[in-house]
Write a protein that binds this ligand. Structure first.
Ligand code: ADP
Length: 626
């Protein structure tokens, strides 16, 4: 019998399938089952009399000897013309993108992964495909058969009942591919669970079971075959909230996302409108071990009409909430999502926006009503939010700044920026912060002495990104941030204070200039300090780069070395100052050099920097002990 030829694009697509450019062969079952489900939908929604929902099913049958797997449905079926039109050509609803990529003759593997490949995916696992179908309400049954790109044959056939049976003749194993698997119950069951668990109709398969042998001894068992429904059909997220217990939510989370403990928060909601969808989202209690590493993959599961389209759809959740796990199901996507590329999809973007807001609101609510819980959350995930602010160059400021927490010098706990600002002293102009490796180190910083003395609250920042991030936030409620180590704290001084300081600066100009020369390359200036109370010296910085930033940047492998503009501030009321002055007045330059160097090293150490020459530093101290 003469073979009919496939249409041109179909031929190319088939070639690709046969040569398995697309590596995820598993999806063939998902594609065929969702076609079966669509076919049942079509018949069911026609509302034919005498047809009940319960009568519909999809079945999988295996015959290991014949090496066949059949996918059967009692849906609407196809006429001869339907089969020629639908199976003889690339799906009419098929992707434009796909066609374009085929025209360019550069089939993009990624594009294939983005949408359903439809019926043709059968050829990834089968070397021959036979389709038997009878259209509902018609007498004729036809058989379509193809062994690949060389075309197909049509025969009239005998079949009882309406619907379609697709028989896949599974390929023999190759050194690279284990096709035998597709004849095994366990594999088929796993594929149904993974991709088609929420198809609305039962997917049945006869599976092997064991039971005690009737009339036999206690230890005598026999195997038998029994029909089993493989899919759970109604997805949890499609049920109404009132029907679901906390335990069910938690169990679902654990089984689906491999969580070992209850989630911190469960967000279950649906939206009707331009983009309709259901979402079931979870905020975990703890970040996964690799959360802050580049190999962590964020994303939500995307379903459409009960079919899993993508396991980790990254476009649905922004990086700053990358810890959220969950599921989004949108029937709106059913017509195009599996056929059109995903990233450009407007629906997906709308859904993502909505989800971002929802998660943000949930966190805000936790912050306002369950503060302890939020504190704990922030300790675990705060970094993610900070990176969000930093990486967006502050564009997400309005969205995220109120979710930030910092340790407060006066409250001795985590506080929000709003709380800080509400407590600011009347004359206080800036939001002060200090950075360091931990709270204790920051607490001892000489730079903060004056601020502490004035009773100002200081935000202690211990994450490396803080210094960078806060420069992106810049201000909160009109109050600018100011680093405690900046050269100007912006504190109003009285005229007398100012005058006295200037006088001291002037009187000691000779010594300060000399010290600056002696410390050339290390400091930009040496100055009398107005902020030190009990400490002899400290380093402050001029300009945008802080000492902390210098450290972070210099620890990066490829970065050119950078240096902050440091100022050595000296406390004029300290005995160290008296010693410096004595050396200067006596014209003892060697001593002045040693003292200056020691004081600089001290200030550097306190500021969290390393001493450039530890041996010289230690020798200098010993010399003093002589
Ligand atoms: P798509 O599902 O994207 O339209 P497919 O290549 O998967 O593309 O299928 C092509 C067409 O063949 C379907 O649109 C449908 O009309 C028809 N078809 C496929 N499988 C079945 C089935 N089991 N029952 C009835 N019609 C089917």
């Amino acid at each position: 019998m003469a073979k009919k030829q496939f249409k041109a694009e179909s031929k190319k697509l088939l070639d690709m399938m046969i040569n398995s450019i697309y590596t995820n062969k598993d999806i063939f079952l998902r594609e065929l089952i969702s076609n079966a489900s669509d076919a049942i939908d079509k018949l069911y929604y026609e509302g034919q009399e005498g047809l009940n929902r319960e009568d519909f099913y999809i079945a999988i049958e295996t015959d290991p000897e014949e090496r066949t797997v059949s996918i059967i449905d009692n849906g609407i079926g196809m006429t001869k013309e339907d089969m020629e039109n639908n199976l003889g050509t690339i799906a009419k609803s098929g992707s434009l993108e796909f066609k374009k990529s085929l025209e360019k003759n550069v089939p993009d593997v990624d594009i294939i992964g983005q949408f359903g490949v439809g019926f043709y995916s059968a050829f990834m696992v089968a070397d021959k495909v036979t389709v038997l179908s009878r259209r509902f309400g018609q007498e004729e049954c036809w058989q379509w058969e193809s062994t690949g790109a060389d075309g197909y044959t049509m025969l009239e056939s005998a079949m009882i009942g309406h619907g379609t049976r697709i028989i896949l003749h599974i390929k023999p194993n190759t050194p690279d591919d284990n096709f035998d698997e597709y004849l095994m119950d366990y594999k088929l069951r796993a594929l149904v669970k993974k991709y088609s668990d929420y198809i609305r109709y039962p997917i049945q398969m006869e599976v092997e079971k064991t039971r005690k042998k009737e009339g036999g001894e206690d230890n005598q068992f026999e195997t038998y075959r029994d029909l089993e429904t493989l899919n759970s059909m109604t997805p949890l997220w499609k049920k109404s909230k009132s029907e679901i217990t906390d335990e069910e939510y938690a169990d679902f989370y654990k089984s689906k996302f491999y969580g070992t403990e209850e989630p911190l928060r469960t967000i279950h909601y649906s939206v009707e409108g331009v983009s309709s969808f259901n979402a079931l989202l979870y905020i975990p209690k703890r970040p996964p071990f690799n959360y802050f590493s580049p190999d962590y993959e964020k994303g939500l599961q995307l379903y459409t009409s009960g079919v899993l389209i993508m396991d980790k759809c990254a476009d649905l959740i922004p990086d700053h909430f990358g810890f959220v796990r969950g599921i989004v199901d949108s029937d709106d996507l059913s017509l195009n999502i599996s056929r059109e590329t995903l990233q450009q999809n407007r629906q997906v973007r709308n859904i993502a926006k909505n989800i971002e807001k929802k998660v943000r609101n949930e966190l805000t609510q936790m912050l306002n009503t369950a503060r302890e819980e939020y504190d704990k959350f922030f300790e675990d995930f705060g970094l993610s939010i900070k990176f969000g602010l930093y990486n967006s160059f502050g564009q997400l400021k309005e969205d995220l700044q109120d979710l930030l927490l910092f340790y407060s010098s006066t409250e001795r706990k985590l506080v929000t920026l709003k709380e800080y600002v509400s407590r600011m002293k009347e004359e206080q102009q800036y939001i002060y912060y200090a950075t360091g490796k931990d709270i204790k180190t920051i607490e001892r910083l000489p730079q903060i002495e004056l601020l502490v003395d004035k009773g100002y609250e200081i935000l202690f920042m211990t994450d490396e990104v803080d210094d960078f991030m806060i420069r992106m936030v810049r201000e909160y409620e009109g109050k600018q941030f100011r680093s405690a180590e900046g050269d100007d704290l912006g504190i109003e001084e009285s005229a007398e204070e100012k005058e006295a300081l200037e006088k001291k600066q002037e009187e000691n100009k000779g010594m300060l200039d000399k010290m600056k020369k002696m410390l050339a390359g290390r400091v930009a200036e040496v100055r009398i300090s107005s902020r030190l109370k009990s400490n002899p010296v400290c380093l402050s910085v001029e300009g945008d780069m802080s000492i902390g930033m210098e450290k972070v940047l210099n620890s990066m492998p490829v970065q050119e070395k950078v240096s902050s503009q440091k100022i050595l501030e000296i406390n004029p009321d300290h005995t160290a100052f008296t010693a410096l002055k004595a050396a200067f007045d006596a014209g003892d330059d060697d001593k002045l050099r040693i003292f200056s160097s020691l004081l600089y090293d001290q200030a550097a150490l306190i500021g969290g920097l390393q001493v450039e020459d530890p041996v010289a530093f230690s020798n200098a101290i010993c010399n003093l002990m002589k």
